[in-house]
Design a protein around this ligand. Structure first.
Ligand SMILES: [Zn+2]
Length: 218
């Protein structure tokens, strides 16, 4: 149950997929802004060319020096416009790449989420199955406890503490299976008669093999 508790919650795969989406989104945003900036800049240059050409061909400017300057300005603006349009084209291509990467990152995240949800529901099912088993074991333990005298239980508990968690051993072929020591026949007879047999060596409670119980209270 503690393993399941540790496995429940966000996995590394899901975290990485989420991070990839964030990165891809940021990339798209960055290049979208660049594209908008580029478009605005191009628009500004076009307007400037427009107004310069109006002055150049409008007839209001007659001074040849001024006309020559205007012509040179329009020429250099057109060259700048060409450069900016080339740059914008590159930006648009990068943006397309970014959008493709964004789409695949989102798909990966979707897949990771679906996988994660499936795994989580399996884990949840395992968890409730274990909880049921635990509750059943708890009920079985309680049912056994009800039939054991408080004195016997106190001995059992202190033995369990003193003997590394194992208070009861099976006696097989007249020997304690916990420490291996043979149990004398006299001790066996007295113990069985009293309904309480212990090992003379390790002091554990002995249960003859045929009476071996698999559900012992703690
Ligand atoms: Zn023993």
């Amino acid at each position: 149950m503690s393993q399941i508790a540790a496995a429940l919650g966000e996995t590394d795969t899901l975290r990485r997929a989420r991070q990839a989406v964030q990165k891809a989104d940021a990339w798209v945003k960055q290049w979208t802004v660049k594209q908008l900036d580029g478009e605005l800049e191009i628009e500004g240059i076009k307007e400037e060319i427009d107004s310069s050409e109006k002055r150049l061909y409008g007839g209001s400017v007659r001074n040849p020096k001024e006309l020559g300057d205007l012509q040179a300005k329009v020429f250099s603006l057109r060259r700048l416009l060409e450069q900016k349009e080339d740059q914008l084209l590159e930006i648009m291509m990068t943006l397309e790449e970014a959008e493709a990467a964004q789409e695949s990152a989102h798909l990966c995240l979707q897949q990771a989420k679906a996988d994660w949800q499936r795994a989580q529901s399996t884990l949840q099912a395992e968890k409730s199955e274990l909880e049921n088993q635990l509750a059943a074991a708890e009920r079985g333990r309680q049912a056994l406890l009800d039939h054991i005298s408080p004195d016997d239980l106190a001995i059992y508990r202190s033995l369990r503490k003193a003997k590394g968690g194992v208070a009861v051993a099976v006696m097989l072929n007249k020997a304690c299976t916990a420490c291996g020591m043979e149990v004398p026949q006299g001790r066996i007879s007295r113990g069985l008669e009293a309904g309480f047999l212990t090992c003379g060596n390790c002091e554990r409670i002995l249960v003859p093999d045929q009476e071996k119980s698999h559900a012992l209270p703690s």
